[in-house]
Write a protein that binds this ligand. Structure first.
Ligand code: GLA
Length: 519
């Protein structure tokens, strides 16, 4: 979650807005009450329309002494103190200082009384202002809901899906909150037209921000950006592809949209009825309700719901690698589990995530994969050498390959990286052996993976700023025999290797990847 999401609060549907307002205390009006009426002391709920039919919801507690206003903005279990607050002539002003990764910043609120409500504008540095209406509420309304009863732990059966790491596309890295029905249809079209589908990419996955309100029976609907979920699934299926959806066990998702809290089975059934084939289930606001050690039963609950929803659905756990998920992810019927926090489109973050994965490689098995997050290839923030490292490393690790770029708009280089069938074949190798790191001299590394046909994928990674030579003793990567056949998987040509030691030049932040077989 970024600073803006934290401070602006979650988005909510109209129904939950109505629910919240129903618990609003009625103000006593009357001449003798005029002073009390204009004293702002108390809890307030600020609702701001987002534009897709949902609202952002945030709370504050105000304390008025004369014209001075103090108090706090409340978000989940966290509170940010109000400063420079005043209420004068019906005009409310205050600031909130945030200390986030992005730095320390002041967010200024200005409001004007309108009856018993306050019209408020929130000025957030670097973003267009957000407007909304604040209404009195109770302290109870600001608190997170009580935890749900959790199932007794048991090992769920394997759903039999994704025997090799899932391949597809996910909307988040490129489109974030701008994803909509057209973007998803266009991704499906481009998946086929570009040749990506032929290369093995088949899942078209919608990430956060599709959710609208729940209907009178509690059934989730798409928001204005997604008017016809079933129609969208049918469309993606008509292209020969599969389609994925996103939710989480908390009341709100990371972008503040409606989560599956208390609706797990119902949501699983709804996804199945619409025709979804894949669910990414993101911890987010569940952190306000549960402890990390509750993660396994919480994920088991949705695992059970998916197993009985009547449709095979890939189950993707997203809780950022907490509570050693690789040890229990498969036992809640998980097919993949995120092993880290979010990736971004920088060489540093990709490198940090990718090279941290070797220690947990032995947890992968057919149908159950470590997920070091989605690809950033083609999004523009890295060099092509870095993107080749990204692709090679993810494939060596047998990571899910979920492209995160705009498939309708790919350069030749992006295509050739994402659709390198020789490197993809390493990712999809049916043996699912763990990749192993063998040598590293500073930031020059060699890693390998034994493949089902007795050959070995060997990757030479140069994590430094300048070209360098990296070498390996074949015996160190378990390759024996005098006559070796080798192929360079990026140059797509045979390489002559002789002797027991092989050195190769590797560009800065780049990679050389070979497939080697003893004759
Ligand atoms: C979290 C996840 C991301 C993405 C966003 C959506 O940060 O880790 O992959 O799904 O939520 O809000």
């Amino acid at each position: 979650m970024n600073e803006a999401d934290f401070i602006l609060g979650p988005r909510v549907s109209r129904r939950s807005v109505l629910r919240a307002l129903a618990s609003t205390p009625v103000l006593l009006l009357g001449a003798s009450n005029l002073a009390a009426q204009t004293n702002l002391t108390g809890y307030w709920l600020l609702l701001s329309p987002v534009g897709d039919g949902t609202y952002r919801k945030s709370y504050f507690y105000l304390q008025q002494a004369g014209e001075a206003i103090s108090g706090k903005v409340l978000f989940g279990n966290r509170e940010l103190p109000i400063s420079n607050g005043s209420f004068n002539d019906g005009v409310l002003k205050f600031d909130v200082i945030t200390h986030f990764r992005e730095g320390t910043r002041a967010i200024s609120y200005s409001g004007r009384m309108k009856g018993d409500k306050i019209d408020i504008q929130v000025n957030f540095p670097g973003r267009s202002p957000m407007t909304g209406t604040a209404q009195r509420t109770t302290r109870e309304a600001t608190l997170p809901p009580k935890p749900l009863p959790l199932p007794a732990l048991r090992d769920l059966p394997d759903n039999g899906l994704v025997r090799t790491p899932p391949m597809g596309w996910n909307s988040w890295n490129k489109f974030a909150g701008r994803v909509n029905d057209q973007v998803v249809r266009a991704a499906a079209d481009a998946m086929v037209a570009s040749g990506m589908a032929k290369a093995g990419y088949i899942y078209i996955n919608i990430d956060d921000t599709w959710q609208g309100e729940r209907d009178s029976k509690g059934r989730i609907t798409g928001n204005k950006k997604f008017p016809d979920m079933k129609g969208l699934c049918d469309y993606v299926h008509s292209k020969g592809l599969k389609i994925g959806i996103y939710s989480g066990p908390g009341p709100e998702t990371c972008a503040g949209y409606e989560g599956s809290f208390g609706h797990e089975e119902q949501d699983a059934r709804t996804y199945a009825e619409w025709g979804f084939d894949y669910l990414k289930y993101d911890w987010c606001s569940a952190a306000r309700i549960y402890k990390d050690t509750d993660m396994r039963p919480v994920y088991q609950k949705m695992g059970e719901a998916l197993l009985k929803c009547g449709r095979p659905i890939v189950y993707s756990l997203c809780q950022y690698g907490r509570d050693d998920v690789w040890g229990w992810g498969a036992r809640v019927s998980g097919n993949l589990w995120r092993t880290t926090g979010d990736i971004n489109d920088t060489g540093e973050r990709m490198d940090e995530i990718g090279f941290s994965q070797f220690a947990i490689q032995h947890y992968i098995q057919p149908g159950h994969w470590n997920d070091p997050d989605m690809l950033e290839i083609g999004n523009g923030g890295m060099t092509d050498d870095e993107y080749r490292t990204h692709m090679s490393l993810w494939c060596l690790l047998a990571a899910p390959l979920l492209a995160g770029n705009d498939l309708s708009n790919m350069t030749e280089d992006t295509r050739s990286i994402l659709m390198n069938h020789e490197v993809i074949a390493i990712d999809q190798d049916p043996a699912a052996n763990p990749a192993q790191l063998v040598t590293y001299v500073g930031k020059l590394m060699v890693a390998y993976r034994k493949l089902h046909d007795g050959s070995t994928a060997v990757a030479f990674f140069n994590r430094t700023e300048k070209e360098d030579e990296i070498g390996v003793e074949w015996s160190a990567v378990g390759i024996e025999g005098k006559e070796l056949q080798a192929r360079d998987l990026w140059k797509h040509e045979a390489v002559t290797v002789s002797g027991h030691y092989y050195p190769t030049k590797v560009p800065a932040h780049g990679v050389v990847m070979l497939k080697v077989k003893a004759a």
